[in-house]
Design a protein around this ligand. Sequence first.
Ligand code: NCD
Length: 307
Amino acid sequence: MLNGRHLIDIKDFSKQELNEIFDLADQIVKNPEDFSHCCDGKILATLFYEPSTRTRLSFETAMLRLGGKVIGFSEPNSTSVSKGENIADTIRIIGCYADVVAMRHPKEGAPKVASIYSKIPVINAGDGGHQHPTQTLTDLLTIRSIKGSLSNLKIGCCGDLKFGRTVHSFIKAMSMYENNSFTLISPRELKVPEYIKRELDKNNVVYKETKKLEEVIGELDILYMTRVQKERFFNEEEYIRLKDSYILDKLKMQEAPERMIVLHPLPRVNEIACEVDDDPRACYFKQAQYGVYAREALIMKLLGLEL
Ligand code: NCD
């Protein structure tokens, strides 16, 4: 039962629970109109302490498409946060106003703290350089819809694997499914954190690390590109040195198999050249569309609503 639960880490949900969300999302994809009153009378609060386009607006779109309403902020300085209010108090108050909350915060663990004090479900919409589980729901729904399965895949993750919270949650989730293997492509300075590697080892997942995208692109079923996370760097020079470590262009795509799809949580900066957008294997805009369906399904499940 997902009714009343929080989603802070993708592993808060079992494989079976994830599949229930994807099954519901599939139904929404097929007949979106059927769901347009499922959340009548319900309110989603979006508390965004950090910039966002897709995540906040896709949450809001999801709730509006289900017939619910939305309150919230995207600029914490316009709220009592600027007066020094702590997360525990803010969430206690929001719980009096809304039925479910999506929170993004620059501090790792902030949504977790909120969930401890909350009487309504808290969804982690990205916490610092840590996790981003609803992007993962989006990513997995996309792969399931395009590839037909979440197992037996050779997955390349490329770019900022250190600060990129989307890849952390994505790797955790995909390592739950059978026979997936990972190629982790990054500069030495932006390697995946140890705690993610421990997770892979614990589950006996095969993975390798490399710096060279062109040497491995020919082996992949999925290439998950990421942006170098400028806002997490302490040193601007280091960011400038690393920001263009990888640029996926037409030439590199010639080395990629026909079956390989390219994903990216977006926003992209330079890491995928615009000339790749027309390639049928480029699935990142489709992925953003799936984000709405995934979030619609999640909201319904956490509120215990059915068609
Ligand atoms: C990602 C994020 O915020 O972590 N964006 C998103 O939610 N789609 C990726 C990023 O900002 O690079």
